[in-house]
Design a protein around this ligand. Structure first.
Ligand code: N01
Length: 548
């Protein structure tokens, strides 16, 4: 495959037809690293990206307050030591503009842009079994062919606005957190409604409240949020971290979530006295961050009684911050154990409900009936608004892949194959879809880790696999049905041993009406997962079928 020459042939539509060694779908952190690794193997590749710039999640999510919930010193590529030594992060947690600047820097520094085709949404990917060749088409007419296709389509890249009646009649402006206007939005003097209180809502609500004339927050389900304790980068922490970077990155591979520096807890929450527990939770609350808090004890995510102690601690914090007891009670989550939905990190989220210009509307008990010309109508009231923000989330983990017409010959699409929920082997490949890799696909740790660690581990594995195939003269690879079935069973068994499935989260697709309820990420821990992937490779790609 390495000697396949790139050629630009007759254009189809407005686009170009390309013959490549590999096609990458998505120009975010995953797609850019894929391109870098493919080039390193001497392969020709192109990245197709819907956006007008690189960056994926960080290109689209420009809402006020958008910021990473993993600390800056961790949330970056590890593959180049000069890069990680030279880049300076100004704050403990990176803002969206800062992270986007970093990604653009990487694109320039490694000369990636010349192989990224922007403004090109991939609409289909069809594999010709006779030629062992993928043909990928975009919405603007590009056609690219390559033996390998790498889906770097992201886990939270398909924004979803609920199917509210009357939305087209609204006379004001409306926005989705994941499709934010590049020029920003000026909310000053406006009556604004935010629908949704997940990570996006929790981050934007304090800032919109500060700008708007009045803010109504429409909450269907309360979410747990912890203080981020953001601030300027501590220079001593930065220097120490940089001095230890290679060791820390290696150590991250030995952790459950891909971040070093959190000693695993050895004690059950139920073995501690109430005073001990309170002191520990209090210290973690003061320190900020979600991993540290959930790592207070070793059973918070597997034992309901243990979890109750942490959940109740945070509920009490909410009650102590929010002055109106009725509002505090509405904000205190009671329907899921803490940590089983993605834990939010905030700056002044609960404090915001003490402002005179903020009203919490419980749309759990009185659901939104319709969007009207002038605002939102719930079962028992009407709210006049000038602007509505949908912080209503994404068709997570499978949405972007299901939207592409992916098929082999005239066979069923990937969406049809996954009608009952995603099935993969290691979250890396799908049986029946040869030579298609998914970066951080469902069934891999993905969203339960530091995403960039997961991306690098996946793409390193894929690059090694492609090199091994080349060395053996193999042209085709896919998982066996048995290996895939066993992996899916294993992913489910591990999830069932935790409290995660108890929550109506996007991890199980609960936010998308009609989506099958399947727990999608692998929660056995990143370290164990990586060892499994490595062992599979060492054993001659056990569970995969290769052919010439
Ligand atoms: O989306 P969400 P998100 N009527 O799905 C509500 C990552 N992220 O964009 O819980 C009324 O979490 C829904 O209510 P309910 C992070 O992994 C990271 O906030 O389904 N409400 C919920 O409150 C995160 O988890 C960062 O009852 C409706 C909200 O909308 C993931 O992205 C920042 C509704 C959606 O919450 C997604 O977060 C931002 C309806 N019909 C995002 N439909 C950081 O790094 C939905 N909702 C910090």
């Amino acid at each position: 495959m390495s000697d396949v020459q790139e050629r630009e042939a007759e254009s189809a539509g407005d686009g170009r037809e390309l013959q490549l060694d590999a096609i990458v779908v998505g120009g975010g952190l995953g797609g850019l690293y894929a391109l870098h690794r493919l080039r390193g193997l001497g392969l020709t590749a192109r990245v197709f990206e819907t956006g007008s710039g690189v960056g994926g999640t960080w290109f689209w999510n420009r809402y006020p307050g958008a910021r990473c919930d993993v600390e800056s010193m961790e949330y970056s590529y590890a593959f180049d030591d000069d890069l990680q030594q030279e880049w300076k992060w100004p704050e403990r947690y990176g803002t969206q503009p800062e992270i986007l600047r970093y990604i653009n820097h990487v694109a320039d520094r490694f000369d990636l842009r010349r192989d990224v085709i922007l403004n090109a949404r991939v609409v289909s990917a069809v594999f010709d079994p006779a030629r062992a060749m993928w043909t990928v088409r975009t919405d603007r007419g590009d056609v690219a062919r390559a033996p390998f296709c790498i889906m770097a389509t992201g886990n939270l890249s398909t924004p979803r606005v609920p199917d509210f009646k009357g939305i087209e009649t609204f006379k004001g402006r409306w926005y989705h957190s994941g499709l934010w206007p590049h020029e920003g939005v000026d909310f000053s003097g406006l009556r604004v409604g935010v629908i949704g209180t997940g990570s996006s809502g929790v981050q934007m609500i304090p800032l919109i409240a500060a700008a708007a004339k009045h803010l109504h927050v429409f909450q269907r389900t309360a979410n747990f949020s912890l203080p981020a304790r953001n601030g300027p980068m501590d220079l001593e922490i930065e220097q120490t971290h940089k001095a230890e970077y290679p060791a820390r990155r290696a150590a991250a591979y030995e952790t459950p979530f891909g971040i070093a520096g959190f000693p695993p807890p050895v004690k059950s929450a139920l073995e501690a006295t109430p005073e001990e527990r309170d002191a520990k939770y209090e210290a973690k609350w003061a320190e900020g961050g979600s991993i540290s808090f959930l790592y207070s004890y070793n059973d918070l995510l597997v034992n309901q009684a243990a979890n109750d102690t942490a959940s109740e601690f945070v509920r009490d914090k909410i009650r102590s911050i929010v002055r109106d007891p009725a509002v505090a009670e509405l904000l205190a989550p009671k329907d899921h154990p803490i940590g089983t939905k993605r834990l939010c990190l905030d700056t002044n989220y609960y404090e915001t409900y003490n402002r005179d210009n903020v009203t919490l509307v419980d749309v759990g008990s009185s659901p939104i009936q319709e969007i009207t010309a002038t605002g939102v109508r719930t079962a028992d009231a009407e709210y006049e608004l000038d602007a509505i923000v949908f912080a209503t989330g994404f068709d997570a983990m499978t949405g972007a892949l299901r939207e592409i017409d992916i098929r082999v010959g005239n066979g069923p699409t990937l969406a049809e194959t996954w009608a009952g929920g995603p099935v993969t082997y290691l979250g890396l490949m799908v049986s029946g879809f040869p030579n298609m890799f998914t970066i951080t696909g469902p069934g891999s740790p993905s969203v339960k880790t530091q995403m960039i660690v997961a991306i690098e581990q996946h793409m390193d594995w894929i690059a090694d696999c492609l090199a091994a195939m080349r060395a053996r003269g193999m042209r085709r690879i896919e998982p066996s049905v048995e290996a895939e079935r066993d992996w899916v069973r294993h992913v489910n068994e591990i999830a069932d041993g935790t409290l995660y499935p108890l929550a109506n989260s996007w991890y199980v697709g609960a936010n998308i009406p009609g989506k099958p309820r399947v727990f999608m990420p692998y929660v056995g821990g990143f370290a164990l997962y990586k060892k499994t992937c490595d062992a599979v490779a060492e054993n001659g790609y056990e569970g995969f079928v290769m052919s010439r």
